[in-house]
Ligand binder design. Structure first.
Ligand SMILES: [Zn+2]
Length: 167
């Protein structure tokens, strides 16, 4: 079982520390990373995945992203990589140093956790639920409006609602 409460708590801490609140845009997320962390978001040609975390040394990183991918997909993918950084690559002794890629095992649980990090960062539970009410008419929730509001794809918004048990 993955650590939902721990992951959500980490997002809350990050959001409070850097004073951000969803809905976030891609530009805002990259700016937050650049201004508050020892790393940056860098567009790349010919990247196989939408985004990937590159640990440069014990105190710097980049999040590379494919510049051909739509912004809504990139926003979630970059938030997912940020989740790996915060949840899985910080040294446990709290000195803020980063672990090496070789010393970290990224398996199924870690992927779930990074997804929850991104989902909770971009679509916090309470806000998502309240927007579902706002964007519903005759008992039908508009996924289009939800996705547009949170700057994510329709699919990501749909998965979020399922994860929260809303449909
Ligand atoms: Zn991942």
């Amino acid at each position: 079982m993955y650590r939902k409460l721990y992951v959500d708590g980490c997002v809350d801490i990050v959001c409070n520390a850097v004073k951000v609140q969803s809905p976030l845009t891609l530009e805002q997320l990259c700016q937050i990373i650049q201004e508050n962390l020892p790393g940056s978001c860098v567009p790349r040609d010919n990247l196989k995945e939408d985004a990937r975390l590159v640990i440069l040394d014990d105190s710097s990183f980049t999040i590379e992203y494919a510049n051909t991918v739509p912004e809504t997909k990139l926003l979630f993918s970059i938030a997912h990589e940020l989740g790996h950084l915060i949840l899985h690559f910080l040294e446990d002794d709290g000195n803020g140093k980063l672990k090496t890629k070789e010393s970290v095992n990224i398996g199924e649980v870690e992927e779930y956790e990074a997804n929850e990090f991104a989902a909770y960062l971009l679509m916090p539970d309470e806000q998502f639920i309240s927007k579902c009410k706002e964007f519903s008419e005759n008992g039908m929730i508009s996924i289009n409006k939800l996705a547009e509001y949170f700057h994510v794809s329709n699919r990501t918004a749909t998965v979020r609602g399922m994860a929260l048990g809303l449909w």
